[in-house]
Design a binder for this molecule. Structure first.
Ligand code: NAD
Ligand code: LIP
Length: 544
């Protein structure tokens, strides 16, 4: 048997994999065409001329402002051909890794299975790309909204077509890993057990100091060496090349869904620049984490790398290296349940003029993630990513909050083995309302953590792959045109909707508001086919 088999689109009676019949390697007939001189379709590309309208503000007299409308003319280019794409997960044998793999297999085969509530069919619920819609416009006759599946706005990879592989420090095949995870129904597991058993994770670097000591008993599938080294970087690069060749892939995305690591110290001369980081790895510096080694390997292999965990994988040297190699990175920490709710509810409360003064977020869970997080250093990584999610919304409202003022905010996570993957999240939101009143909101949220995270993994992969096929150029406002098409900045902040602690290009603001994050992603994709940003003005229903 191959050192590790993969989940391959051809290995099952494939269903029509993508909307409007497209499958990997083809340019689908789009669901819609924009009838505009600003959008040109060829077999290979969509070209869209888009005017980005913002306002520049400067201080005026008496503490006021002077606002100057500002326009930038962009041209976007989208490659229409959907490439044969692989997903390599670090932590393939974990709850998320095994669950998302099983979910894709079940969807690809169009499976249904018996549950206590009756027949259940495979679906992609919880995925923004596969489960949500966007407004295309209004019907020319009836003026009713016309909405389309998000996945149809651009020619995206269909998750059913993804070829899956990856690494794990645990050697369990994915059928055994699925059993260990205790997430999926026995009847479903029975239907996919054979294919899942064929998938065996590649051995991986394991540096014990970065994850909880309680993970040691799992580490039976590790590469020689217990600290960073160039041999590990080169081995991971070869793993990616071999996976690509063995599966005849045009593209691979690597995603970290392995354990939460402790934060790495940022050390001048070690991980502060690309050159220093490469030297530090060469020298076997003990402050370089496995996730940073994966990031470096992916950047050198021009393979996008996404971090689904909260640790600071992207030390300054990694960002510097990604920029130098024009390679995509994104992260951090899937925004799956309690924090996702928080980033929507806080946005609502503060934008309703309600002064949130206290947030208490408690949760307990009993999966291996919870076990790893029961160790203080790993919990601290998670506490940071779960705590910073309200900062931008608070700072944006100077009516409610004085400079530096913010709600009390506490995050508690406890490991309770009995509940397994069924995370219990309990939140209390306490706020000041009109004339000295108070509002207290209690939220209880129980769900399988991995069934929330798995669709996010799919969205992160599909959107990252789509971004590798979008380029831009502009006639800048000062007239210096960007002659050649360019990639977006190496740090893919467009992924923020799926992430608790969105990584942004150096100096760029962090936006945590869920609505703003979705609007940014939606409107960038709309601009690539010449559609204006979504506007809810609906003047057509107000001005007559
Ligand atoms: N809802 C969610 O499940 C959720 C939400 C946000 C973030 N996360 C994060 O996603 C990650 C995975 O969550 P999970 O529930 O699947 O955890 P898990 O413990 O079930 O899986 C992690 C896997 O990573 C493997 N691993 C550890 N170190 C590795 C290394 N160096 N190389 C390769 N594999 C390694 C482990 O053996 C394990 O199989 C965690 O960091 C978690 O905090 C999960
Ligand atoms: O995304 P979210 O539900 O706010 O946060 C979750 C935490 O509550 C949980 O304790 C942890 O195990 C998961 O990895 C995830 O980070």
């Amino acid at each position: 048997m191959a050192p590790h088999a993969q989940l391959d689109a051809e290995s099952t009676n494939g269903h029509s994999h993508s909307q409007n019949g497209a499958s990997a390697g083809s340019a689908a007939e789009p669901l819609f065409v924009l009838d505009s001189p600003n959008v040109v379709y060829t077999d290979a590309e969509i070209r869209s001329k888009y005017t980005y309208r913002t306002s520049k503000v400067k201080n005026g007299a008496n503490g006021g402002y002077i606002v100057m409308p500002h326009e930038t003319a962009y041209e976007f280019k989208v490659e229409r051909k959907v490439p044969r794409t692989g997903l390599m997960m670090v932590g393939l044998g974990g709850n998320n890794g095994s669950t998302v793999t099983a979910g894709i297999l079940a969807n690809r085969q169009g499976l249904t299975w018996e549950t206590r509530e009756g027949q259940q069919s495979a679906n992609y619920y919880g995925s923004l790309t596969m489960g949500s819609t966007m407004k295309l416009g209004t019907d020319a006759e009836t003026l009713r909204d016309v909405n389309i599946p998000f996945r149809d706005v651009l020619p995206m990879v269909h998750p059913n077509d993804l070829v899956i592989g990856g690494w794990d420090i645990s050697k369990l095949n994915l059928a055994a890993a699925m059993d260990r995870a205790k997430v999926l129904e026995p009847c479903l597991k029975h239907l996919i057990r054979k294919e899942m058993a064929q998938m065996v994770p590649l051995p991986s670097p394991y540096y014990p100091d970065f994850i909880a000591a309680n993970q040691e008993d799992r580490a039976d599938n590790v590469l020689p060496g217990s600290k960073a080294c160039m041999e590990h970087v080169e081995r991971l690069r070869k793993d990616i090349r071999d996976f690509k060749a063995a599966n005849d892939l045009e593209k691979v995305i690597v995603l970290w869904t392995a354990n939460t690591e402790r934060f790495a110290d940022i050390l001048e001369g070690v991980n502060d620049t690309a050159d220093n980081l490469l030297k530090a790895i060469e020298a076997g510096h003990e402050e370089v984490s496995p996730s940073t080694v994966f990031a470096v390997a992916c950047i050198l292999e021009k393979t996008p790398f996404i971090n689904g965990s909260p640790q600071n994988t992207f030390v300054p040297g990694v960002i510097d290296l990604a920029e130098k190699h024009d390679s995509y990175i994104g992260g951090d920490d899937f925004k799956s349940g309690q924090t996702k709710m928080k980033s929507a509810l806080v946005d609502f409360l503060i934008n309703a003029g309600i002064k949130l003064t206290s947030i208490a977020s408690y949760n307990h869970l009993g999966n291996n993630d919870g076990k790893n997080l029961s160790s203080q250093k790993q919990f601290r990584s998670k506490e940071i990513s779960k705590s910073n999610v309200v900062d931008d919304m608070v700072e944006a409202n100077s009516v409610l909050y004085a400079p530096g003022e913010h709600p009390d905010h506490t995050v508690v996570i406890k490991y309770m083995p009995a509940v397994g993957d069924n995370k219990r999240a309990m939140d209390e939101y306490y706020a000041e309302i009109f004339m000295g009143g108070h509002q207290t909101i209690f939220i209880s949220n129980v769900c399988e953590d991995s069934l929330l995270a798995s669709p996010l993994i799919i969205d992160l992969v599909l959107i990252t792959e789509m971004m590798t096929r979008i380029q831009w150029k502009t006639e800048s406002s000062t007239g210096e045109a960007t002659k050649e098409f360019k990639n977006f900045h190496s740090v893919l902040s467009v992924l923020s909707y799926m992430l608790k602690a969105p990584l942004t290009p150096p100096g760029a603001p962090v936006i945590n508001s869920l609505a703003k994050q979705r609007a940014a992603l939606t409107n960038i994709f709309r601009a690539c086919v010449g559609l204006e940003p979504e506007s809810d003005m609906t003047l057509e229903h107000k001005l007559y």
